[in-house]
Write a protein that binds this ligand. Structure first.
Ligand SMILES: [Zn+2]
Length: 117
């Protein structure tokens, strides 16, 4: 058994990823790797964790109550939610941007997790 040093591109999290074995080819890969570098099979364990908050709910809240930052409260972003009330959703522009971000899936909750689809 030869031990080869595999350098895994780290996304700068600073965490030392634990190694797992690819379920398809058995190649050792980092548990945080999105896919196996050898066979390209997606790494189920690294399937990005998602927020418990619903994207649909956030989108609806943002659409109807975005000016009051309700979707930001919903997703745990209290601070910017209050800021959004004070600025009336950045005069509607900020809330509109948020709505687009939610719909395209770029919106993250307080923990930085993408919303659940
Ligand atoms: Zn593989």
């Amino acid at each position: 058994m030869s031990s080869s040093t595999v350098s895994v591109p780290n996304s700068g999290m600073g965490a030392n990823p634990s190694m797992i074995f690819c379920g398809t080819c058995g190649h050792q890969i980092a548990s945080t790797a999105p896919s196996c570098p050898k066979c390209g099979a997606p790494n189920a364990l690294a399937a990005a964790p998602v927020s418990e908050k619903s994207m649909v709910a956030a989108a609806l809240l943002c659409f109807f109550l975005g000016t009051f930052g309700i979707h930001r409260f919903y997703t745990g972003k209290i601070g910017t939610g209050i800021l959004m009330i004070l600025t009336l959703g950045g005069l509607g522009i900020w809330s509109l941007i948020d709505l687009i971000m939610i719909i395209v899936g770029s919106y993250k909750d307080k923990q930085g997790l993408p919303l659940r689809r």
